[in-house]
Ligand binder design. Structure first.
Ligand SMILES: O=C(CO)[C@@H](O)[C@H](O)COP(=O)(O)O
Ligand SMILES: [Fe+2]
Length: 218
């Protein structure tokens, strides 16, 4: 199974973003956390910042929208050139229609599940999604501990993807480090977001390499 490592710029220095992006040039994508202070109790940035990140990033953009009004805003991130746009299942009444709009706008379509949200609805419609994001922390902040009780959900989504044969990527986000990534990989995740463990390292490229090796060995 191929492994993708996607550092989160939530843990980067926001006023030196262009240089911070260069530090993770060996990653598969950069994970861009958009927070609106409504869906989560934290605030980051919106489309204009993401447009600038898109313009200077050496790697593709994986946008994670933690916003209430996903139907209104998500397609705009696809239109500005993001490789992948993930909205939360809890933030739209019509996830299938929104995923279709993202694909039509040229990006991969992702759906995210908060820890308390079951995977059943997503599992029933896997062909609609290019990526399923199983949150392994409560969304809102970097630097939290990995929730081992999400491993069962990861396993269930992995089994469903394999059974459906859709090739949907299974992403995990929250608390991913050299100490936890093997457990997530063994449960079936193939796409790993890591914020504090990459940007908190002295050498982010080495941290990316260590994460990649640990996931591949799991
Ligand atoms: O979406 C989120 C938090 O809500 C993440 O993408 C965090 O940025 C992950 O940070 P670490 O847990 O890896 O420090
Ligand atoms: Fe995220």
């Amino acid at each position: 199974m191929s492994v993708r490592i996607e550092p989160s710029i939530l843990s980067a220095d926001f006023v030196n973003m262009e240089a911070e992006l260069q530090r993770i040039a060996t990653a598969d994508a950069v994970h861009v956390d958009v927070m609106d202070n409504h869906f989560v109790p934290n605030l980051t940035f919106g489309p204009e910042m993401v447009r600038r990140v898109q313009a200077v990033s050496p790697v593709p953009l994986d946008v994670h929208l933690m916003i209430t009004d996903a139907d209104r805003w998500a397609p705009g991130y696809a239109e500005l050139g993001a490789f992948s746009v993930t909205f939360h299942a809890e933030a739209t009444d019509d996830p299938l229609a929104l995923a279709a709009r993202l694909r039509a706008a040229g990006s991969r379509a992702g759906i995210a599940l908060k820890p308390g949200t079951p995977a059943d609805e997503v599992i029933a419609h896997l062909d609609a999604y290019d990526q399923v994001l199983v949150m392994t922390v409560e969304p809102g902040f970097g630097g939290q501990g990995f929730m081992d009780d999400m491993l069962g959900k990861i396993r269930a989504v992995r089994a469903a993807i394999d059974a459906a044969g859709t090739g949907t990527w299974l992403q995990v986000d929250g608390g991913i480090s050299a100490g936890t990534i093997a457990r997530a990989a063994a449960a079936g995740a193939d796409t790993f977001v890591a914020g504090s463990s990459v940007y908190g390292a002295e050498d982010p490229a080495a941290a990316i390499g260590a994460l990649r090796a640990a996931a591949a060995a799991a």
